[in-house]
Design a protein around this ligand. Sequence first.
Ligand SMILES: Nc1nc2c(ncn2[C@@H]2O[C@H](COP(=O)(O)OP(=O)(O)OP(=O)(O)O)[C@@H](O)[C@H]2O)c(=O)[nH]1
Ligand SMILES: [Zn+2]
Length: 189
Amino acid sequence: MKDVDYRKIEKAVTMILEAIGENPEREGLIDTPKRVAKMYAEVFEGLNKDPKDYFKTVFNENHDEVVLVKDIPFHSMCEHHLVPFFGHAHVAYIPRDGVVAGLSKLARAVETTAKRPQLQERITSTVADAMMDMLNPIGVYVIIEAEHMCMTMRGIKKPGAKTVTTVARGIYEHDDVKRAEILSLIKMT
Ligand SMILES: Nc1nc2c(ncn2[C@@H]2O[C@H](COP(=O)(O)OP(=O)(O)OP(=O)(O)O)[C@@H](O)[C@H]2O)c(=O)[nH]1
Ligand SMILES: [Zn+2]
């Protein structure tokens, strides 16, 4: 994967500042192109990573019921407007034959996948599919709730509106009871 071209971002940000009628030379803005380049390198660092890699190391533990990591906070950037969307992900799976992943890896997969120009639906399915491919579990259920700044600070302007996306794989695709179990576990404090 290509490294981030800091110089190109700096030039582009200078052009945007000029285009909106600002003076990129004034004191407050002089370092802004550099700062923005650094920020983009950070918020898009997931482009250089594959969430599947986090599931290369697995453990063997005799656990054949749900594992749920809930309330994982994340930030991403909507690919249509390049403004943030942010919220929480809940990632559940049922291991097959005792193949379990480190708990932090579920959160790492969300984090890495979010750090790209994204759609909420794609984060949800990418995390679910990475786990299906690498762990071959009985099922995976991923739920993401997020607020999109492109619906808050511009356009339709509906602050507080939440988007919820779910992706069910394996047993969760057709087992309403198992899905309901996850929903009730998420509600538990
Ligand atoms: N499905 C989906 N849509 C998103 C996501 N993030 C932003 N959007 C939407 O992307 C759409 C882009 O629509 P366009 O009509 O091309 O752009 P626009 O004129 O800026 O749209 P408005 O936001 O309605 O003003 C908007 O409806 C956004 O709400 C996302 O994660 N998933
Ligand atoms: Zn948007």
